[in-house]
Design a protein around this ligand. Structure first.
Ligand code: ADP
Ligand code: GLC
Length: 483
């Protein structure tokens, strides 16, 4: 079986969130089951300037986008058995410092950029198919959602086997919505601009192309697969998802334990393991010093690493901290960026509680590992969370997760309050400041009982979210349409 995977991010080349983690590790895992996986990615500046072995191929293509004709080239990285094809147009990708936004605003030509990427990748595959053809096209998120539609109507597949298409929803809230007037850029027959196809609530909606035309749909946890079929979490698309529920599978993301592992991570002040957790004490000191907080082992050090977005429930964190910090032995550290208002609110809070709060606005893989290892408890009060990776990383790093019962968090963390024998974290069920505070207060209480906390922490470290089970489930989905 040959799989082509299309995405807009891939770790370690380019990353803004969990999509990159998934696209970075899934292909290697799939190679345990099938013999070929290639990835198609835009060629961004981060990749060009990173320390990667990029080679230029001879493949070139020309594309019409609306009234413009654009040229494309293809570069390539060979990554442990996976070929990563980089679709290049200097002005659309390499010229820019950020992936999707600048100064908090989407690039005005994001539609052109990702139509170019989808059509470009397919043009490259047409050239490559003299040597190879794919059985599966696996597309991720709205940036690649046009691929199932283009594939279905392409002349190229009229007298060849058309690859089966799989579309994975990593986050239903990001749909790729544009003014309908931009439809000509897609170079599609006019009929596709209707509520039956790509129009949704008066906008051109790219994600709908994936939801309507992919042979199979997946999303990144079983609970989220159910939630997105409800009006509340269906982001205006629950009707389509309900219609397609027979072809919609929830597959929990795995964790790449060769990267997210306190025994091996090269970023830590000290490594540690389930058998010997003493290094975690050093990691806690490191974080307290890094953020200029008092170095005290008896204070519950909480923290988080996150995009600062509405999804992530940061309003609960801010409100809960304001109430709890004055009365409790509690510290909090944050690494994140995004919404400037939230950034300012956290910086203000730090000014108010300089001995209890540390804030770093920015993006740093090293600090993300250091925080995971140094804190006692990871806060993840997301309003909704398709899968969530930091909760699973925290479990392995012995940092007890405190999470809202939603999406992939509900599928990964077991509540200690209701299951004292099996519990791995603290869950709150109502998305309110009061219930989040209650979970935090429970954590503060248990943290005082040292041996009980150590047991809870170690139970979390034993949890296994390795990729193999999830990769097997993807293979099952791929096989559904292969004779
Ligand atoms: P999402 O994809 O919705 O942002 P996930 O929990 O699935 O949420 O994944 C987030 C990923 O991005 C994790 O690997 C996390 O460590 C990383 N991340 C988020 N913000 C930052 C940041 N400011 N610096 C470094 N890594 C970050
Ligand atoms: C999205 C989701 C997150 C998920 C990630 C990887 O960004 O918000 O919950 O873990 O994709 O699938």
């Amino acid at each position: 079986m040959r799989v082509a995977l299309f995405a807009s991010e891939m770790d370690p080349y380019v990353k803004t969130g969990g999509l990159a983690d998934v696209v970075g590790s899934l292909p290697k895992e799939l190679l345990s089951y099938i013999n070929n996986v290639d990835v198609f990615l835009p060629f961004y500046r981060d990749i060009e300037r990173g320390n990667f072995q990029v080679t230029k191929t001879k493949i070139e293509f020309k594309l019409k986008l609306g009234s413009k004709t654009l040229n494309g080239q293809v570069y390539k990285i060979e990554d442990r058995g996976v070929s990563v094809y980089l679709i290049d147009n200097y002005h659309l990708f390499r010229k820019r410092s950020d992936l999707y936004v600048r100064g908090g605003k989407d690039y005005p030509d994001n539609l052109e950029r990702f139509v170019f990427f989808c059509k470009g990748a397919l043009a490259v595959i047409e050239q490559l198919s003299l040597e190879q053809s794919y059985d599966i096209f696996h597309c991720h998120d709205w940036q690649t959602a046009l691929i199932p539609l283009y594939t279905q109507i392409s002349d190229f597949y009229k007298n060849r086997n058309r690859p089966m298409t799989v579309y994975t929803i990593h986050n239903l809230a990001y749909q790729g919505k544009f003014p309908k007037s931009k439809f000509p850029i897609l170079q599609l027959p006019r009929k596709y601009l209707s509520p039956n196809y790509l129009e949704s609530w008066g906008k051109l909606n790219l994600m709908k192309a994936g939801l309507k035309f992919a042979d199979e749909l997946t999303t990144v946890s079983p609970t989220y697969a159910k939630e997105i079929q409800t009006k509340e979490l269906g982001a205006g698309l629950h009707d389509i998802l309900t219609t397609r529920k027979k072809n919609l599978t929830g597959i929990l993301n795995g964790v790449d334990y060769s990267i997210w592992n306190p025994e091996k991570s090269s970023h830590l002040a000290a490594n540690y393991s389930l058998a010997d957790t003493s290094g975690k004490v050093e990691c806690k000191k490191f974080i307290q010093k890094y953020f200029s907080l008092p170095v005290e082992s008896d204070v519950l050090l909480t923290g988080l690493v996150s995009r600062l977005a509405w999804q992530k429930g940061m309003n609960l964190v801010i409100a809960a901290l304001k109430d709890l910090l004055p009365e409790h032995q509690l510290q909090f550290v944050l690494l994140g960026s995004g919404d400037t208002k939230l950034e300012e609110e956290f910086l203000d809070l730090r000014k108010r509680f300089p001995n209890q709060i540390g804030v770093k606005i920015g993006f740093s893989q090293a600090l993300a590992h250091q925080i995971e290892a140094g804190i006692d408890a990871f806060l993840m009060p997301s309003r909704y969370e398709p899968c969530g990776l930091n909760d699973k990383y925290s479990l392995r790093y012995g940092s007890v997760p405190i999470v809202h019962h939603t999406g992939g968090l509900a599928d990964s963390v077991i509540d200690y309050q209701t299951h004292p024998i099996r519990g791995t974290g603290f869950i709150f069920y109502e998305f309110t400041v009061e219930s989040f505070k209650e979970a935090m207060i429970n954590a503060l209480k248990i943290f005082q009982r040292k041996s009980e906390w150590a047991e809870l922490m170690k139970r979390g470290m034993k949890q296994d979210f390795s990729w193999s089970k999830s990769a097997e489930q993807y293979i099952e989905v791929y096989k559904r349409h292969i004779k």
